[in-house]
Design a protein around this ligand. Structure first.
Ligand code: ADP
Length: 266
């Protein structure tokens, strides 16, 4: 589907699930000063698959997401998106290639990052209209359909401060979906919410997973991870210590470090 079409179901992903990897990352490495925060991370995601990244704070999970979304430039590593050029960060990656990489995904942050002085609708159409040059009427139609789908129609003209934290985060998700990215990245999307608001956001994420969106999610909600993940990667000190299906990784981890982490959280 072209990015300018209004989809039948606004929650439907731009392309259906299949077995080809949508994204393959090899040897992702990043240091900040003398501190190496990613040390050769490999991962791959097929279309329609949900990958969940878990691990202690500071283990590098957010840096992986930010590298995929062009917010950080890795020192080394190869990123292949299906249909795009292979980007090898150990040599210079052009500005155009970095911009193309950034456009393939949309990120939902821990704090929703909505523009405070714009309405919900204005926040949602900002990216499609200004970055993707979608005609305004079409962007509004798509935004309204998405807001309806997540139960926020009557908040269309509200400002972010007039919404609860859970509603703000749902708008943040709608804003990402409105860009019709191939890949959705979530960085601890519920960790800034009061406990009673976590559920309404996780419900939306679960629906997106069921609709077949390809997602990489950083979360400490291991119960949720168990429900939605196709694969879980456990990070510690910038490396993937263990990866596997959620059932195996949570109930019978192979590595002692994974077991200690999971036991502490579950
Ligand atoms: P996680 O998401 O697992 O909590 P992060 O990827 O956020 O981990 O951080 C990994 C490490 O990198 C941490 O030690 C963090 O302090 C450091 N770090 C992240 N971003 C920066 C930055 N812009 N400058 C310096 N250090 C950073």
């Amino acid at each position: 589907m072209s990015p300018t079409e209004v989809p039948g179901d606004p929650l439907a992903p731009p392309s259906p699930a299949d077995d080809r990897p949508l994204l393959k990352v090899t040897g992702l490495t990043k240091s900040f000063g003398a501190s190496r925060v990613l040390d050769g991370v490999d991962l791959s995601v097929r279309r329609g698959e949900v990958l969940v990244l878990i691990g202690p704070s500071g283990s590098g999970k957010t840096t992986v997401l930010r590298s995929l979304n062009g917010l950080e430039t890795p020192d080394a590593g190869v990123v292949d998106f299906d249909g795009g050029p292979s980007l090898d960060f150990s040599s210079r990656v052009s500005k155009a290639d970095r911009a193309a990489l950034r456009d393939r995904s949309a990120m939902v942050f821990q704090h929703h990052n909505l523009f405070p002085h714009r309405t919900v609708l204005q926040n949602v159409i900002e990216g499609p209209v200004h970055a993707h040059r979608v005609p305004k009427a079409e962007a509004i139609a798509r935004a309204e359909a998405l807001l309806d789908r997540v139960g926020l129609t009557e908040k269309r003209d509200a400002f972010p401060f007039q919404l609860s934290g859970g509603q703000q985060q749902r708008v943040g998700i709608v804003r990402a979906l409105a860009l019709r990215p191939q890949l959705l990245l979530f960085d601890e999307p519920t960790s800034a919410l009061d406990p009673e608001l976590v559920g309404e956001v996780l419900v939306v994420l679960k629906e997106l997973a069921d609709e077949g969106w390809t997602m990489v999610i950083v979360t400490h909600e291991l119960g949720f991870a168990r429900q939605v993940a196709d694969e879980v990667l456990f990070f510690d000190h910038g490396v993937v210590v263990e990866r596997g299906a959620p059932k195996q990784l949570f109930t019978a981890p192979r590595e002692e470090r994974t077991r200690r982490f999971v036991d502490r959280i579950l």
